[in-house]
Design a protein around this ligand. Structure first.
Ligand code: AMP
Length: 283
């Protein structure tokens, strides 16, 4: 496995392999867990050479303290990536991605407006900008993004379609721990008690999924009220938003229609740590 820190070195490697190999990219911010590794397995199955980027993107942090607290251990990450059979790791420093006088920003108008976009101002502009830069540097045939960050995934899909970028975006299902908690690098900041409180998010969402898929509940107001009630039982959890949306435009709906894909999205705080989760719903 090669580990490179500068674009030109990465591009030399890619030039060498590109004639005979398809290339898959998995962008990450490090602090890798099984969720990230599932994306890498999807990339490896879909392409012949896998590039993983590790870059904590300052542009996507709306909260400076959150950025400073985002701790990664590169050696630990590299050991995991080696086991997964990754071909090259791109771990640039900030000036490699944003040289002095960098000015361009990517803005996906409608999909960025709500939910994460509303509560984390500027976050998605930072995400879309760094993803566009990474896609341009690597020029992969496929890139993999997780459904854990569903709104982010839709924004990336929309950006790639709108800009006519020549690659395929692959979706990776959300990976949970055995007790239901959505895996996230931020979970490391929780105490054992906090982690226990955080379980209420998946509990509430998965209960709603059952109500839809087993009991046929289609009234969104009923589903939201039911889920809020479950959330309110956990005093350690402060809900920020809970929305039931269609999977494509991510607009809130009032009733679920047969065979259409929906997502139940939520965000909230446990011990001052901001967590997100979502489930797919289909009737
Ligand atoms: P991050 O390092 O948090 O920026 O995440 C890098 C990629 O991994 C993104 O596409 C995330 O959606 C994805 N990811 C993170 N956690 C999970 C998870 N629990 N399940 C699936 N994908 C995930």
């Amino acid at each position: 496995m090669e580990v490179v820190k500068v674009k030109s070195e990465l591009q030399e490697f890619l030039c060498r392999v590109r004639p005979e190999n398809s290339i898959g990219l998995v962008p990450t911010m490090g602090a890798l867990h099984e969720g990230h590794l599932s994306l890498i397995r999807i990339a490896r199955a879909a392409s012949q050479k896998t590039v993983v980027s590790i870059f904590v993107n300052p542009l996507q942090f709306d909260n400076k303290e959150d950025y400073l607290k985002y701790s990664i251990n590169l050696d630990q990450d590299l050991a995991l990536l080696q086991v997964e059979g990754v071909d090259v790791v791109f771990a640039p420093n900030i000036s490699e991605i944003y040289p002095i006088n960098h000015q361009t920003r990517i803005f996906v108008s409608k999909l960025m407006e709500r939910y994460e976009g509303e509560f984390r101002r500027g976050h998605f502009e930072g995400v879309a900008t760094v993803v566009a830069i990474l896609l341009n540097i690597v020029q992969p045939h496929v890139a993999v993004f997780g459904e854990k960050d569903f709104q982010q995934l839709r924004i990336v899909e929309q950006m790639v379609a709108d800009l006519g970028m020549p690659l395929k975006i692959l979706r990776a299902p959300l990976v949970r721990s055995s007790d239901g908690l959505a895996l996230s690098s931020r979970n490391n900041r929780l105490t054992a008690k906090g982690r226990n409180s955080a379980l209420i998010m998946s509990k509430g969402l998965l209960h709603a999924k059952e109500k839809v898929e087993k009991e046929g509940e289609v009234n969104v107001a009923t589903l939201k009220e039911h889920t809020r009630k479950i959330f309110s039982k956990e005093v350690g959890f402060a809900l920020e938003y809970l929305e039931l949306v269609d999977e494509n435009e991510l607009l809130p709906v009032s009733f679920l229609e047969k065979s259409k894909p929906y997502r139940f999205l939520c965000a909230g705080y446990v011990e001052g740590v901001r967590l997100i989760d979502n489930v797919s719903l289909k009737i």
